[in-house]
Design a protein around this ligand. Structure first.
Ligand code: ADP
Ligand code: MG
Length: 511
């Protein structure tokens, strides 16, 4: 059974719900708590608690008439409405300083319910409490205060001039799923991202955290979720923000005394994407603020998407409670792309940019630029720029020259045969076995290493290299090169071996 105050407020809400759109109702009315109902023979006063001054101002600006009429209808003509402002966010561990806003002294009994406009400063209220004061709040004279000050949403993401705030998502429209090439390196992250984009908040991937080194597609992927959701789902407010910007905005909000607005702004977001959360490291105040926003959103079933440049456990200076929340949903990594994915990405980029570029050049770039996708793109752009500037066709020799400082050393004066012979000599394996079909492990390894160096040190295409290795096709060569790259990452002894062979090849090519 509801007590009288709740019952009355419920009746008011029923009317309000019919008069405002769903979103405004959720944002502005649901958080209100009915606190008290005080009845005297002449007056019935309903006190409602709002989360911040900003709330109060917003309600006053936009809904004063509705509130007035509603309360009048439910409680009768001698009703008054009093706001109680909870200044700080609703944290159980905090004290809850309250500012009580008294009824306007000129509230006439016969008039419709009065929406209180003049707050008492905090100090006066405390005094009144200290004295055990039950004096009617309206009798305390309050200092001049702007009546009904216009609400001021200071967030830079709010498009001004629109009554119900519309949030600019800050998304880059180019970062779509369509342009995101899938490979083994990003498969899990991509499919989770896709599932979220199709059903935001409804998967168990909340939050969704993508991590991995620079230039591996984190920003692209998390924005792709936002872009898709924006287009295909009925989500009103989506926001992409880097944690750095979040931090700066927060610090500013402290400077300008607008922390509660800041906080409120973020609580309206339905899909929040925060990039590079490692930047929150050691920023305690920001972390705390984010912690509360995170909780509020998560509790109300809003989707949260995060990225970091390393696994969460390695981010220094982030509080444990926040770190553990980051891992509530799904954590997925993105790895450096393998050769096949690099080729696919380059082909796609060239196609998107309308660049005609031969396959051997794509292969050349993909083979030599391995660390990240941003560099791959950079190489392509540089090629395009130089060819436009110099009005030259992009041919392999041109590409090698233009990209020479971006790529590993390339030597072209050794043949595939010579490389094969150096490698076989090193591993003490007959050359004809390497060309034959044998699958003995040491032979397979020598073959793969020779393929790897053939690609690195000669200008031949994967197809040609395959032909020199007993007529194998180009996918076998790709597989061989990827295996070598993979072992080098995981096995330091193997990596040393490769460096040693590389050294031998270089010496030989100079002689
Ligand atoms: P990160 O945020 O991990 O540093 P970005 O998302 O900024 O990396 O990616 C760097 C560049 O590489 C961007 O231009 C992006 O579009 C591109 N990119 C990254 N991953 C892929 C991919 N899988 N397919 C296509 N382009 C990609
Ligand atoms: Mg990024």
């Amino acid at each position: 059974m509801l007590d009288a105050v709740h019952q009355i407020w419920q009746e008011c809400l029923t009317i309000i719900r019919d008069n405002v759109d769903k979103r405004s109702y959720k944002t502005w009315f649901e958080p209100i708590k009915p606190l008290r109902l005080e009845e005297t023979p002449n007056e019935r006063t309903l006190t409602i608690q709002v989360p911040s001054r900003f709330y109060y101002e917003w309600l006053e600006e936009h809904y004063a008439t509705l509130l007035r009429k509603t309360v009048g209808k439910v409680m009768g003509v001698n009703a008054r409405l009093v706001y109680d402002i909870l200044m700080e966010r609703d944290r159980p561990e905090d004290k809850k300083p309250q500012i009580r806003i008294p009824a306007a002294p000129d509230a006439r009994r016969s008039s419709p319910p009065t929406v209180v406009l003049r707050p008492i400063p905090h100090g006066i209220q405390q005094q009144a409490n200290a004295q055990g004061g039950t004096s009617p709040a309206g009798t305390i004279s309050s200092p001049p205060h702007p009546v009904n000050p216009p609400p001021n949403l200071s967030s830079p993401f709010v498009i001004p001039g629109i009554r119900s705030p519309k949030i600019d998502s800050q998304l880059n429209a180019n970062y779509t799923f369509d342009r995101f090439i899938e490979g083994d390196c990003n498969r899990l992250a991509r499919s989770a991202a896709w599932a979220i984009a199709e059903r935001p908040s409804e998967t168990s991937f909340n939050p969704f955290l993508v991590y991995g080194g620079v230039g591996l597609g984190k920003t692209h992927l998390i924005q792709a979720i936002g872009n898709y959701a924006k287009q295909h789902q009925k989500i009103e407010s989506i926001l992409y923000i880097s944690s750095e910007r979040f931090t700066n905005e927060f610090v500013q909000s402290i400077q300008y005394n607008r922390v509660s607005e800041f906080s409120l702004f973020y609580r309206q977001i339905d899909l929040l994407i925060v990039d590079d959360i490692q930047f929150f490291g050691k920023k305690e105040k920001t972390q705390e603020e984010f912690f509360h926003i995170f909780n509020a959103l998560h509790q109300s079933g809003k989707q949260i998407i995060l990225s970091a440049d390393r696994p969460p456990k390695d981010i220094v200076g982030i509080e444990e409670r926040l770190l553990s929340r980051f891992q509530w949903g799904l954590t997925a990594d993105v790895q450096p792309p393998d050769l096949e994915t690099r080729i696919a990405i380059l082909q796609r980029k060239a196609e998107d940019d309308g660049i005609q570029i031969a396959y051997d050049i794509i292969e050349f770039i993909a083979h030599n630029i391995t660390s990240n996708i941003r560099e791959l793109e950079g190489a392509l752009i540089r090629l395009l720029a130089h060819s436009t500037l110099r009005r030259e066709e992009i041919v392999l020799s041109f590409a090698k020259e233009v990209l020479k400082d971006l790529i590993r050393e390339v030597k072209v004066d050794l043949s595939i045969e010579e490389i094969l012979s150096i490698v076989c000599h090193y591993f003490q394996i007959p050359e004809d076995q390497v060309r034959a079909k044998t699958r003995k492990q040491e032979v397979v390894q020598a073959r793969q290493v020779a393929m790897y160096f053939a690609k690195q040190f000669t200008k031949h295409s994967l197809k040609t290299i395959g032909l020199h290795f007993g007529g194998r096709d180009h996918s076998t060569v790709i597989h061989g090169i990827q295996s070598v790259e993979g072992y080098m990452e995981t096995d330091t002894k193997f990596a040393d071996t490769i460096r040693e062979i590389q050294h031998k090849i270089k010496i030989q090519s100079r002689s």
